[in-house]
Each structure stands twice: as structure tokens, then as C-alpha cells.
Design a protein around this ligand. Structure first.
Ligand SMILES: Nc1ncnc2c1ncn2[C@@H]1O[C@H](COP(=O)(O)OP(=O)(O)O)[C@@H](O)[C@H]1O
Ligand SMILES: [Mg+2]
Length: 281
């Protein structure tokens, strides 16, 4: 099945994959012809079952992985000709597993590493670190050893390290895993702030409510391909429930209740409550 792209990309393309195939050394064909164009300033969520190729796809956007077949373009230029260090100035990627990303002995040094590598120094560097720590709620942990933080805070630290680099594109691989309501609210806010600053945000998530509420666009992956691509209202709408089911995804509760009540696919909590009140009145 081909992906249904409802809205055309309204802005200049910043990340593109064309016929992207990735076969790992062991022979796993993790990407089997993925096509996607992401425009500047978009907020894109990537969803799909474990093993569907989400992490493999995003790792191509900062040069951690190179295509087996097909092309990856960053800002319209083939990534094949660009060094990882160069891509790192454009695309920041917070890893799915924070423990593969974190290596410093102190939280502050961990967050300093990326921006320092990009040439920031002095007050500019300190400011970037302070802002990233504040956004992730780690401002009091600057001197802490990352391994004394719990898993959910190590995830936030991995995120802070990427935020501090102030890259035009920020990719978050499962940022919400292990987060409580407070952590989730922080991540929600970070995504909104990045978008408000005109930066492009791509996040992989299994939290369909977060996806529906914080993103403009949802991309559904299955077996190394993109099977749905559109606004949350479109992708989570009833006509796509069979396709979503084939990827073992459930639309957010609001989409299911909204469809039942004839309110459209992703009504806000307020709209749902009003409709329920109107029915019981
Ligand atoms: N480093 C690797 N070496 C070999 N196979 C891998 C590697 N990383 C992922 N895979 C395999 O590639 C497929 C896609 O994995 P991944 O991109 O991590 O999916 P997702 O992020 O959607 O869970 C899976 O079958 C996975 O086991
Ligand atoms: Mg993954």
C-alpha cells in the first residue's frame, strides 16, 4: 500500500528520504523503500510497532547510518557527501537508549559536549547549557553523575544535550518512554517551544495521545515502509483504523470517542466534555 499524504509539505524541505533501504550487517532489511519529505518548521511524529524501522530511519538523518539503497537529503543536499560533524550542526538526535548517548561524568559536562563541539564558548555556551537544563528540569543536577539519575531523567538529559546544540532540526527517539505526567508535560512544552522558534521537530513515540496533541503530522511505519502520513485528524480517522490495526496501533481514545459521537477524529478534551454534557442534559 502506498502512503497517503494529505497536506502537501508547505515549507522548504529540510529532511528527505527517497527510496531508502537499509540492510544491517546481519541481513535484516530494516528499511524497505521509505519515502518522506519533512518541511522546515514541521512537527512530525513517527509511530509504528517495535522493529518497524523508525529508529533506523531517523539515524540516517544525522549520518549515523548510511543508506544501503536510495538517498537522504538534508537541506536539499545529498547527505552522502557530508561528514557527520557537518550534519551534527544541522540535525540533533536524542537517542532512544540514553545510555548509548551519555558518557560524561557530570550532567553539566554531558550537556556542554555538543555545543562545545560546535564551537560555542564562554557565556554563550553557559547560557545554552542553563537553558537546556531548565527546559528539562535538571537545573539542580548539574554536578550529578548521570548514572545517579533514574532512567526517566537520563532520557531528559539525553534530550537536554541535544537542545543545547540549538540545531535547526531536533529528532527525539522515544522521548516519552518512562516519563510520568510531569516529564510528559515538559516534553510537550519543549516540542511546542521548538516549533514556535521555527525549528523542525521529529519525534518517535508510542503515546498516541501525545502524538495527536503535540504534532502537526503523523507518519505510520510498518515493515520498513511508510503506510500512512497526514495530519493527526486524518491518520487517526476511522477510514484508517484497519491500517492502524495492521500495525497494532490504536488511535487515541479521543479519536475513537469522537468518531462515535460524530465529532471528527481528534476532538480536544474540552470538545468531548461539552458533547457529553450536551448528551446527558
Ligand atoms: N544495529 C542493528 N543491527 C542489526 N539489526 C538491527 C540493528 N538495529 C535495529 N535492527 C533491526 O532492524 C529492524 C528495525 O529496527 P529499528 O529501526 O530499531 O525499529 P524501531 O525503532 O521501529 O523499533 C528490527 O528488526 C531490528 O531488530
Ligand atoms: Mg526504535
Amino acid at each position: 500500500m502506498s502512503a497517503t499524504r494529505i497536506a502537501p509539505v508547505s515549507s522548504e524541505p529540510v529532511l528527505q528520504a527517497e527510496g531508502l533501504v537499509h540492510v544491517y550487517a546481519g541481513g535484516t532489511r530494516a528499511l524497505d523503500g521509505a519515502d518522506i519529505t519533512i518541511g522546515r518548521g514541521e512537527r512530525v511524529a513517527i509511530v509504528g510497532q517495535n522493529g518497524s524501522g523508525k529508529s533506523t530511519l531517523v539515524r540516517h538523518f544525522n549520518g549515523l547510518l548510511r543508506p544501503t539503497e536510495g538517498r537522504v537529503l538534508i537541506d536539499g543536499t545529498d547527505a552522502a557527501g557530508r561528514r557527520v560533524a557537518h550534519l551534527a550542526a544541522t540535525v540533533g538526535l536524542a537517542f532512544q537508549d540514553p545510555d548509548r548517548q551519555i558518557f560524561a561524568a557530570k550532567v553539566r559536562s554531558e550537556v556542554a559536549f555538543g555545543p562545545r563541539n560546535l564551537g560555542r564558548r564562554g557565556a554563550e555556551l553557559e547560557h545554552a547549557i542553563d537553558e537546556a537544563l531548565a527546559a528539562t528540569g535538571l537545573e539542580k543536577d548539574g554536578e550529578t553523575n548521570p548514572y545517579d539519575l533514574g532512567y526517566s531523567r537520563r532520557k531528559l538529559l539525553a534530550l537536554a544535550s541535544i537542545l543545547a546544540m540549538a540545531t535547526p532540526v531536533v529528532i527525539l527517539d522515544e522521548p516519552t518512554t518512562g516519563q510520568d505526567a510531569r516529564g510528559l508535560a515538559r516534553i510537550h512544552r519543549i516540542v511546542a517551544d521548538l516549533a514556535a522558534a521555527g525549528r523542525t521537530v521529529v519525534a518517535i513515540s508510542h503515546d498516541m495521545r501525545f502524538v495527536a496533541e503535540a504534532f502537526d503530522r503523523v507518519v505510520v511505519m510498518r515493515e520498513g515502509r511508510i503506510v500512512l502520513d497526514g495530519s493527526p485528524a486524518n491518520v487517526f480517522g476511522e477510514p484508517n483504523w484497519a491500517t492502524l490495526g495492521s500495525t497494532f496501533l490504536e488511535p487515541p481514545l479521543a479519536a475513537r470517542i469522537g468518531a462515535r459521537l460524530g465529532l471528527g477524529s481528534t476532538p480536544t478534551d474540552g470538545v468531548l466534555l461539552d458533547a457529553l454534557e450536551a448528551r446527558s442534559a
